[in-house]
Design a protein around this ligand. Sequence first.
Ligand code: MLT
Length: 233
Amino acid sequence: MKIDLIFSATDIKREEVKNKAVVVIDTLRATSTIITALAQGCSKVIPVAEIKEARKLSKNLKKDCLLAGERQGIKIDGFDLGNSPRDYTAKKVAGKVIVLTTTNGTQCFKRLIETEEILVASLLNVEQVSARLESKKEVVFCCAGVAGQFALDDFITAGKIIAELVAESEVSLSDRALVAYQTYLQNKNGLRSILKRSQSGRNLISLGKEGDIDYIVEHQKDYLPYYENGEIK
Ligand code: MLT
């Protein structure tokens, strides 16, 4: 299996993802929120890039739809939910369609064209993702990053999935994938601490959302979301 990695949503190039299994990662927090929402029984998540587009879509869908998302980590005015996975309880989301727009995470999906398949990952579902990838020939991790820049939380999550794949299969790692793997190995006993020191971690702490980091490090969800035709299920 050949494994590559893309540092941020804005770096995604069509030829780098074409016909490959793609794994979208925004551990702090968009993909953690998506995994939690689906594991709690929401019927699907529709990721959209712009706030205006999200409002329009939710109006069209009307009932059974929740409008969710953030900008700079803060819930958008008038939206039902922000981007804190802990707020996505079964009571709130079961049976609902969630239209989600976030600063970086939801920006990845519209750029992924002609892929073999698209999986949604975070530290919450590493085992499910790696089990699915074992039979693949070419895998690309698409880290959401922050504003076009590398983000450690996504990178280290990719490294953890790569570590599972290295243990189970013959792999050939690009230099970017190799560094993600090594970074994970160096920090595997202190994931909570390194996430809290990362830029996204520090931002969440400053917003009073440190508990989201603890939740993401401590929990495992038995759910592997797929993105297809504009929807995540
Ligand atoms: C994003 O998509 O930029 C993040 O998930 C931001 C956040 O943590 O709310």
